[in-house]
Design a binder for this molecule. Structure first.
Ligand SMILES: [Ca+2]
Ligand SMILES: [Ca+2]
Length: 330
């Protein structure tokens, strides 16, 4: 406001040619996401067409200065600012000054809100095999997330590097931004049991109560001439692998038997092999043309690497016992 008592040049000009001050109008509030810069558009006017100096400020700091030339400007013109603002409430102000230092100011409260969830990326489904001797596998994977408004918290219900059990496990990962927007992705981890059982067969006492005869103490002069054997198997995953006895001289297979079962093996080189029920603790009596090859399989079909071999007394005068080792699928 000019006083007619001031003795400065402005007063002289005011008296000679009274000027109109500029004006500015702006939106009171704006809300916006952080996915793109905000556009704030104010309207400035100066009815007597003075040149204008336009200053944009964000939170009190000048961010842009414009000069509008003098012109016949009876109507307000738009002036825009494009600016990336942080989350929360920001004050964007515009001051307009004409060439007589009349100034008009307008402020807009710009609220930046995060309404968009993060972008999260899970790996493709994972397939792995068990770790040796284990019914699980340690699996590492990468999950990533980004958000327009800043950092996110990223977590999975099975962290990378966890021990994943044999079978298929669904993994769910979640990203949360600072405004609690959620993004979820899922994938599966399938661990296959790729390892065969261990198998063993060992001479067993005669269930009738007699001890296992030793070499030199029987008519055949061999170990265990009565042919009683206990069958044993264990697997990294399957609690009850099946045990089978294959005839080395034919295609005959007897079984399945469970770990701990006792069988009586009978050499019968001249006859057809067959199996018949045993009595009391003896599960079966098995008549074979050749050697007894004892092997085991687990639920997914992995077979023990080496059979436990028993050479039968009726076929030769020697008897062997082999401990198998871990093996792979056949
Ligand atoms: Ca967000
Ligand atoms: Ca297995």
């Amino acid at each position: 406001m000019y006083s007619p008592y001031y003795g400065d040049l402005a007063l002289v000009r005011y008296l000679a040619d009274p000027v109109s001050p500029p004006s500015v109008t702006c939106p009171a509030t704006l809300t916006h996401g952080c996915d793109a810069p905000v556009e704030v558009t104010d309207r400035v006017a100066d009815s007597d067409g003075d040149a204008l100096t336009v200053v944009w400020k964000v939170n009190g700091q000048m961010v842009e200065l414009l000069s509008l030339p003098a012109t016949n400007r009876p109507n307000a013109v738009p002036v825009s600012l494009h600016v990336q603002l942080p989350l929360g409430t920001n004050v964007v102000s515009l001051s307009v000054t004409d060439n007589t230092t009349n100034t008009a100011v307008c402020s807009t409260e710009v609220v930046i809100m995060d309404k968009t969830p993060p972008k999260i990326t899970c790996p493709s489904n994972i397939v792995a095999t068990n770790e040796p001797g284990r019914c699980w596998a340690s699996i590492a994977f990468e999950v990533s997330a980004t958000d327009d408004c800043g950092p996110t918290q990223l977590s999975c219900d099975m962290p990378s590097g966890s021990a994943f059990p044999v079978g298929t496990t669904a993994v769910t990962c979640t990203a949360i931004d600072a405004s609690s927007n959620l993004a979820v992705c899922t994938f599966s981890s399938t661990v296959r049991d790729n390892e065969g059982p261990l198998v063993a067969c060992r001479p067993a006492p005669n269930p009738a109560g007699r001890k296992t005869p030793g070499s030199g103490k029987n008519s055949s002069d061999i170990e265990n001439p009565d042919g009683y054997y206990q069958l044993l198997a264990k697997d990294n995953c399957d609690p009850a692998p099946g045990i089978y006895i294959r005839d080395s001289a034919s295609t005959f297979v007897a079984g399945p038997f469970a770990s701990g079962d006792i069988v009586k093996l009978i050499g019968n080189p001249g006859g057809a092999p067959f199996s018949e029920p045993g009595v009391r603790a003896v599960i079966a009596k098995i008549h074979l043309k050749g050697d007894a090859l004892v092997y085991a399989t687990d639920a997914p079909g992995n077979v023990s690497a080496q059979p436990c071999v028993a050479t039968l007394p009726a076929q030769s005068n020697s008897l062997y016992y082999f401990q198998s080792t871990y093996g792979s699928r056949r």
